[in-house]
Design a binder for this molecule. Structure first.
Ligand code: ADP
Ligand code: MG
Length: 703
């Protein structure tokens, strides 16, 4: 195989060498020419123009001005110490340049009456513009090779790299010397027809222009091409794998609806199914009859009745002679599923067992045996289900609750328990915006329960400040008098674990004083407790022996206590929106009016404020998820980080929704015509896809 020039180790690039090469590798992850080529700028300075100081206004992002420093002095001391220089441009206007850091460096660098170029973002302070921490250069020393370019790229760097002379501009110098060398060696990965059909520019031009655009138009074209490419292959991969899965892997056929399902449906189902539940069960039934392995994601807001859909699907499996299992992320949740499902199946001929980490050894043996001989029909449990020793006689359906809590590899383990893979239903109550669902789960079929069971009262949500503690306590007292139960939730974030735990303990103490024994009782549950203790405390609350439950977010997922009607979230600004929404979903499960009280101090960031306002305003999970995506970006949405599916270099699934949809449609269209990408015209696409599949491992084949 020919050695690829782009794989050349970075130290061989002119101007790099072993030492800087080391820094590039360790600090910026740039190992090869290719890595540098794909190290895109985060911003460009428009060098086509010098602004007059009088033209500066608040709308300008990054600009450059040229002038002479006429005055420079050190002001203030201690933390307010700053270095202020005054720049005068050719029209005679002045602007101040301010440094709070690197004072020693600037004060040495700046010489009175010398001409400088200053780049920066003008800020308005006390009615006057200034530059805080601008880049400043002597015109003669601006990288000559970049000076002719209209837009100067700036690159992310690190403190360590900066010290070694790799600041946000000098990386551009390296790219500049790289490009002529690799010209003609950047392979196109789209066929020509496709490029013109999608109205794109070629790959090499795009990669050159993303670093050194001559105009905003060039830049926009380069960005479009590279974003499209990234999103197209993301979608192509997912859809391709789905096609392979459905064509290669057979699935069990559950053709009949039998006694188990019908008895439950006709004689035991305590309520009418919602329209959405009916629709989803129908979708699942259709999948069951296709002879292909089902891979379905079921999204539904908290309390929308996903468990029941899971149960009815599992009953269809048993009607066709198969076993089914339901895996939940926590012991508490598994127990709760077990309890409610056992209750639903009381007096019916379906055997259900619970298997978790704390199942006694002797019972464990019995369960293992029962699974093997088929006498156990349904198994509910936690990660314990994944152990190799857990083997089924004929596992036909796997349901995974709150799937984002499990890694892909863990999930995959369950499906490979059989020769023929069982059907998979994954459920999530974290509503996922459409674009995120496409990029994360583009290979799954998606069902949505978008309707809550009737009779649910909406939850009254309010934002209170710490200083209103008396009112909050008064409210708690009243609710307890009405016979209700209360959750009080504290954040527990690993970085400040000790402090958080102290906060929770303090809160617990003051509540204990306010609501003393024997009249009141309080449960405490947090992640640092032993499972048995957690469980005991939880059970006391479930049985109504305690009125208040002080907890960290361990209760976030799935806990169902219909009598609990008040959710108080302390330090609410520290929770993400989706998390707050999940917490709120713990109440409003019974017939009583429920409340969610978000408590914060007065110090709120803009984002924090927006989150709280959104919570007060809306209870629609999808609206909240969309806003969360906008506020925090996809990387912070629960469950996406470890997936790696969102490692986009340039595409932004929030901002680039349109490009994503174009890319997805093109990928679908291509695979519809040529499912295996065997046609000659698709050869380069197939080759690139093969590379991506190799890099990603083949989890995709079974996820
Ligand atoms: P999810 O898992 O989607 O958050 P659950 O399955 O726990 O929701 O259901 C929440 C509650 O609503 C449960 O007590 C369940 O029995 C009840 N429920 C489910 N479906 C219906 C329905 N169609 N009508 C009335 N109550 C329902
Ligand atoms: Mg649930």
């Amino acid at each position: 195989m020919a050695v690829d020039l782009l794989d050349t180790s970075i130290e061989y690039l002119k101007g790099v060498g072993p030492q800087r090469g080391d820094v590039l590798k360790k600090e910026l992850g740039i190992f090869t020419y290719r890595d540098l080529l794909f190290y895109f700028p985060y911003r460009y300075i428009d060098r086509s123009k010098f602004y007059n100081i009088s033209e500066i206004n608040a709308d300008l992002a990054y600009i450059q001005v040229k002038g002479v420093i006429v005055n420079a002095k050190l002001m203030g001391d201690g933390r307010s110490k700053r270095y202020i220089a005054t720049l005068k441009d050719s029209s005679g206007d002045f602007i101040e340049l301010v440094w709070f850091n690197s004072i020693k460096w600037v004060s040495n660098f700046i010489i009175l009456n010398q001409e400088y170029i200053v780049f920066g973002h003008p800020t308005l302070f006390n009615g006057r513009y200034s530059f805080n921490h601008p880049d400043i250069e002597i015109p003669a020393t601006v990288p000559q090779n970049l000076v002719s370019k209209s837009f100067m790229p700036l690159y992310n760097t690190t403190e360590k790299a900066r010290v070694k002379g790799l600041d946000n501009k000098s990386i551009g110098k390296l790219v500049f010397s790289l490009l002529p060398q690799i010209k003609g060696f950047i392979p196109e990965i789209f066929p020509n027809d496709f490029i013109s059909q999608e109205k794109m520019i070629g790959r090499e031009s795009a990669l050159f222009n993303i670093h050194f655009p001559e105009s905003l138009h060039d830049l926009a074209e380069a960005e479009y091409r590279l974003k499209f490419e990234e999103l197209f292959f993301n979608q192509l991969r997912l859809i391709f794998l789905k096609l392979i899965r459905t064509s290669k892997y057979q699935g069990f056929v559950f053709s009949k609806i039998g006694t188990n399902f019908l008895t439950f449906f006709n004689d035991f189902l305590p309520f009418e199914l919602t329209g959405a539940q009916k629709r989803v069960i129908k979708e699942i039934r259709t999948d069951f009859q296709l002879g292909k392995q089902m891979n379905r994601l079921l999204q539904g807001d908290v309390g929308s009745g996903k468990t029941l859909v899971a149960l009815m699907s599992m009953l269809i499996a048993t009607d066709n002679g198969f076993q089914a299992c339901l895996m939940a992320p926590t012991e508490i949740l598994a127990q709760q599923h077990f309890k409610s499902i056992s209750k639903f199946l009381d007096n019916q001929n379906v055997t259900v067992e619970l298997l978790t980490g704390s199942t006694k050894k002797s019972l464990r043996h019995t369960i293992h045996a029962g699974l093997l001989d088929g006498s156990i029909h349904l198994l509910i449990g936690t990660h314990a289900l994944l152990e190799d020793i857990v083997q089924f006689k004929n596992l036909g359906l796997v349901v995974i609750d709150e799937q984002h809590r499990f890694g892909v590899a863990q999930r995959a383990k369950l499906w490979t328990k059989n020769e023929i893979h069982p059907h998979i239903l994954v459920m999530t109550a974290t509503p996922i915006p459409r674009t995120l669902a496409m990029t994360l789960y583009g290979d799954l079929d998606v069902s949505v329960i978008d309707e809550l069971p009737p009779g649910r009262k909406s939850i009254i949500t309010a934002h209170y400040y710490d200083s209103q503690r008396l009112r909050i306590n008064g409210f708690i007292k009243k609710q307890i008098e009405l016979g209700r139960q209360i959750y009080v939730v504290y954040p527990l974030i690993s970085e400040s674990e000790k402090l958080d735990l102290k906060h929770l303990e303090d809160g617990y103490e003051s509540l204990s004083r306010e609501f003393p024994l024997p009249k009141y009782a309080i449960s405490v549950v947090h992640g640092k407790m032993k499972p048995a203790d957690k469980n005991r405390e939880m059970q006391r609350f479930v049985r109504g022996e305690t009125q208040i439950m002080v907890a960290t977010t361990v209760i976030e997922v799935g806990v169902d206590v219909p009598n609990a009607s008040v959710m108080i979230v302390e330090d609410a600004h520290r929770f993400g929106l989706s998390q707050l929404h999940q917490l709120r979903g713990r109440v409003g499960r019974g017939a009583d009016q429920s409340f969610c009280i978000l408590v914060t101090n007065f110090k709120l960031t803009m984002d924090g404020k927006k989150r709280l306002e959104a919570m007060v305003k809306t209870s629609d999970g999808f609206e909240i998820a969309n806003l969360d995506l906008k506020l925090r970006g996809p990387g912070d949405i629960e469950g996406t980080r470890q997936s790696g599916a969102l490692d986009f270099k340039i595409a932004d699934i929030v901002k680039d929704e349109k490009i994503l949809i174009n890319a997805r449609n093109s990928a679908i269209e291509m695979l519809e015509k040529d499912p295996k990408l065997k046609e000659n015209q698709h050869r380069i696409i197939a080759e690139h896809l093969a590379l991506i599949l190799k890099k990603n491992g083949n989890w995709g084949l079974i996820s």
